[in-house]
Design a protein around this ligand. Structure first.
Ligand code: MG
Ligand code: ZN
Length: 216
């Protein structure tokens, strides 16, 4: 019982700090996305492809969450956008307190859209509000088509689903229609994008969505 109590108090504290982040972002006119997926689904590659395509049309900043290393922040920084790396030192999800620390490193008045790339994990990031406006889930076809049914919490609270690596469909046992139907069964409101960050197919619709959510 005491474990449950502690856990609830941790989550209550997190929710308070998330509301503070949300208020600070709102005051600065920044729209914030929490990008979620399993490890290796291609969140960073999607960011790179999006930044390359968007150019100067959107003022974007990125917070990178990883268990170790600043490798992803280095990749994103090449596109000339403000980026802060959060290293969790073993923790498997980001918390609002860490994101609040990162927000102090970013000139929020100078950006329209903030993307928080969460730690790759389909389980607990779903339970931690960071102060984002919307969650976006990335699922790659290499993970198979059953993940929305096995990890429904991640898909239930998201606004959009990016199905990545569709260039690999001929080589992997994943049915795109089944994956889409499973995701929509969990969350009928999902906006679904099917794309390949590698080849660029499908990126236009996704970038148009980003522009719209950045107020452009
Ligand atoms: Mg990454
Ligand atoms: Zn965790």
């Amino acid at each position: 019982m005491s474990v449950i109590t502690i856990e609830r108090r941790v989550l209550e504290k997190n929710d308070e700090l998330a509301q503070l982040n949300r208020r600070n972002l709102g005051l600065a006119g920044v729209h914030c996305l929490n990008l979620l997926s399993s490890p290796g689904a291609g969140k960073t590659a999607l960011l790179e492809a999006s930044l390359s395509r968007l150019g100067d049309s959107l003022r974007l900043a990125v917070i990178e969450g990883d268990v170790q290393t600043d490798l992803d922040a280095q990749r994103v920084a090449r596109y000339g956008v403000p980026v802060v790396q959060l290293v969790t030192n073993g923790a498997c999800h980001l918390e609002a307190r860490l994101v609040g620390d990162a927000l102090r490193e970013i000139d929020l008045r100078s950006i329209d859209l903030l993307v928080i790339e969460n730690v790759g994990n389909l389980v607990c990031p779903a339970g931690f509000d960071l102060g984002e406006n919307e969650k976006v889930v990335v699922a790659s076809v290499t993970e198979g088509d059953d993940k929305p049914l096995k990890y429904p919490a991640m898909f239930r609270n998201a606004s959009a689903l990016v199905i990545n690596k569709i260039d690999l469909l001929p080589y992997v046992p994943c049915d795109l229609g089944t994956l889409r139907a499973n995701a929509l069964a969990v969350n009928p409101g999902l906006e679904v994008f099917e794309l390949s960050s590698l080849t660029g197919v499908g990126l236009d619709a996704w970038c148009a969505w980003l522009l719209r959510h950045g107020g452009k």
